[in-house]
Write a protein that binds this ligand. Structure first.
Ligand SMILES: NC(=O)c1ccc[n+]([C@@H]2O[C@H](COP(=O)([O-])OP(=O)(O)OC[C@H]3O[C@@H](n4cnc5c(N)ncnc54)[C@H](OP(=O)(O)O)[C@@H]3O)[C@@H](O)[C@H]2O)c1
Length: 278
């Protein structure tokens, strides 16, 4: 059995749907990963063969103001899961982020490129990656720019803003690959089923800026909103973000035989599904 920790989150919900009867899910009401005893108790009772950790403190700007909490959840929490999975002989799958990189490389990041986080969130997630290694049977899946049906995300923010405004300014100097949580869930399952270990990158193919993504969302949704350019400096958010953090996903394709679809095709599928879901 595969145990999804953080099963009520945006990625966790889609992973649960995809895994169906292969999985059980727990979230903050059942397990607190910042508490070693709580973590050990749940894992000993359920005895999964694989644990996928989707639980995290994901508010990137909030992490700057609450650095200690960020480290507890994203760093120590993973150490607890690594120790508890090792004890029961289970594999640990840890979800990580492009924010472990500084974005200065200028070409897509490979798995063994040196990390250099710019934010507390990125530092805490990097600590989580290192702590996952307490269990030698670990898999780290770095991803980026997630959106899905079951959480706050950029697509939903843009569609909400379109109801109020006919003109928006969106940053055009951060480049990445918008990634649908359903496609990420498929990549994670492919990696698990192939028995892959170590670090992998998984994101939808091709890249754009947030500004380009916003334009695509409005075009695909048939909405008339003018999208103006602005810089990251002008937006002035508390956490620094990497400017170019596209992830090279070639290793995922080579080892797990999974090639994520281009982000624009994923966006179309998401909007169609969203309309059906009402
Ligand atoms: N979202 C993105 O754009 C993005 C990009 C790159 C990587 N990632 C990574 O992808 C993974 C999934 O992200 P997501 O956006 O799906 O996350 P999410 O929607 O924020 O879900 C995280 C879940 O974990 C739970 N949780 C928080 N603290 C916990 C704790 N101490 N013990 C147990 N559960 C706890 C949360 O509960 P509460 O809601 O009650 O706090 C929530 O249900 C994370 O590892 C994230 O770092 C995300």
């Amino acid at each position: 059995m595969i145990l999804v920790v953080g099963a009520n989150g945006m990625l966790g919900r889609d992973l649960m749907t995809l895994l169906c009867d292969r999985a059980r899910g727990v979230d903050i009401d059942d397990i607190d990963i910042t508490d070693l005893q709580s973590t050990e108790r749940v894992l000993r009772a359920l005895h999964p063969s694989v644990v996928v950790n989707c639980a995290a403190y994901t508010d990137v700007d909030g992490c700057e103001a609450h650095a200690e909490r960020a480290m507890q959840v994203n760093g120590e929490g993973v150490a607890h899961l690594a120790m508890a999975t090792r004890e029961i002989g289970a594999r640990l799958v840890q979800i990580s982020t492009d924010y472990v990189f500084d974005g200065g490389k200028g070409s897509p990041y490979l798995e063994d490129d040196p990390p250099h986080p710019l934010s507390v969130y990125g530092e805490s997630k990097l600590a989580g990656e290192m702590n996952a290694a307490f269990n030698p049977e670990h898999l780290i899946v770095r991803t980026q720019w997630l959106y899905g049906l079951h959480g706050k995300n950029f697509v939903e923010t843009m569609l909400r803003l379109a109801e109020e405004k006919d003109e928006l300014s969106v940053v055009d100097d951060q480049i990445g690959s918008p990634t649908w949580t359903v496609d990420l869930a498929r990549a994670i399952v492919a990696l698990i089923d192939k028995g892959c270990r170590g670090v992998y990158h998984a994101a939808n193919a091709e890249f754009c800026s947030w500004n380009g993504f916003a334009k695509a969302i409005f075009e695909e949704a048939g909405l008339k909103v003018a999208v103006r350019p602005m810089t990251t400096d002008q937006l002035n958010r508390p956490a620094r973000r990497p400017l170019y953090s596209t992830l090279d996903c070639g290793k995922l394709e080579r080892d797990a035989g999974f090639r994520p679809q281009p982000w624009r095709d994923a966006l179309k599928s998401y909007l169609k599904l969203r309309n059906h879901a009402g």
